[in-house]
Design a protein around this ligand. Structure first.
Ligand code: NAI
Length: 338
């Protein structure tokens, strides 16, 4: 199959990097909302990923242009565009990973929860189709409010009898990306070396960066940690305000979404030690969904990792976020079942 031709292609050394086995399996990735602000650069980045063999781009409109454009890039994957609900099934069939950046973004003054009324319905419809056409795919939920859209997806899949908690992910990678960038700036350490877990959820105070566990270590003051925490929690709003009505984070989100999807693909392909933060079904707190470090494997979530030691400030943040996260989860469950 295509593995053979890859072995003779000039970039084949890239494909094999980090793998014990030389075989790169075929993997189909579908992007739902592919013509949007996130969808377009995400489609581009997934086209550059050598682990992808088939890239399906779906939106309610404007996908043919995006697919034709991205499809001219001379990388491994075959690109196909699907426009309108009648083509959704074809876009999803055989997908290993489905990335969902479909829905409306925030405008200045809006919270992520303000998007609920529109995006909840969009996510519900898309997940019903996923249950039907690719029930075993790993689902990467980007559409906000993630704190609620992930529980909605879980309920839709339960109703369809296809729910596997190991295969449903809320994408919180952008919070990690921001925490790393902001920490590196403050701590004056090389950004490429920085690691910071971000736990909780993906909205305001539910975003809890654990700077006490950040590496490389730096001696930051309490005031600096508080400022970094706030900036990470408000990072999305910083972009929304800077864009002044033209949407929310799209480019940094596409980067974060591509990193997370790549981790999912690596896990599926059996690469060892693939760990990313994600909002998943969880038992590490009393909340049914919670973001924390997750080990990814051949079936999706291999292990939900614990929180590790928290500073007093982080313990306080954790207790403060729980009621808000709980109510966002309940709101999603209620919507899905009404
Ligand atoms: P956008 O409005 O630029 O693009 C959204 C796309 O979704 C549009 O092309 C639209 O046609 C499409 N769409 C609408 N209904 C659809 C349906 N039923 N099926 C398929 N596609 C559909 O919005 P943008 O900026 O790309 O944001 C998308 C979502 O991502 C928003 O909900 C936003 O809040 C969220 N987001 C999440 C982040 C995260 O960290 N998880 C970060 C930034 C944004």
């Amino acid at each position: 199959r295509s593995i053979k031709s890859l072995a003779t292609s000039p970039s084949s050394h890239i494909l094999r990097r980090g793998y014990a086995s030389e075989a790169v399996p075929d993997r189909k990735v579908a992007v739902l909302g592919a013509a949007g602000g996130i969808g377009q650069p995400l489609a581009l980045l997934m086209k550059l990923n050598p682990l992808v063999s088939s890239l399906a781009l779906y939106d309610i409109a404007n996908t043919p242009g995006v697919a034709a454009d991205v499809g001219h890039i001379n990388t491994r994957s075959e690109v196909s565009g699907y426009s309108g609900e009648a083509e959704l099934g074809k876009a999803l069939e055989g997908a290993d990973v489905v990335i969902i950046p479909a829905g409306v973004p925030r405008k200045p003054g809006m919270t992520r929860d303000d998007l609920f009324n529109i995006n909840a319905g969009i996510v519900k419809g898309l997940c019903q189709a996923i249950a039907k056409y690719c029930p075993h795919a790993l689902v990467n939920m980007i559409s906000n409010p993630v704190n609620s859209t992930v529980p909605i997806a879980a309920e839709v899949f339960k109703k369809a009898g296809t729910y596997d908690p190991k295969r449903l992910f809320g994408v919180t990678t952008l919070d990690v990306v921001r925490a790393k960038t902001f920490y590196a700036g403050k701590a004056k350490v090389p950004v490429a070396e920085v690691n910071v877990p971000v736990v909780g959820g993906h909205a305001g105070i539910t975003i809890l960066p654990l700077f006490s566990q950040a590496t490389p270590k730096a001696n930051l003051s309490d005031a600096e940690i508080t400022a970094l925490t706030k900036r990470t929690q408000d990072g999305g709003t910083e972009v929304v305000e800077a864009k002044a009505g033209k949407g929310s984070a799209t480019l940094s989100m596409a980067y974060a979404g591509a990193i997370f999807a790549d981790a999912c693909l690596k896990g599926l392909n059996g690469a060892p030690d693939v760990v990313e933060c994600s909002y998943v079904q969880s038992t590490i707190t009393e909340l049914p969904f919670f973001a924390s470090k997750v080990r990814l494997g051949k079936n999706g979530v291999e292990e939900v990792l614990g929180l590790g030691p928290l500073s007093d400030y982080e313990k306080e943040g954790l207790e403060k976020l729980k009621p808000e996260l709980q109510s966002s989860i309940e709101k999603g469950i209620k919507f899905a079942n009404q």
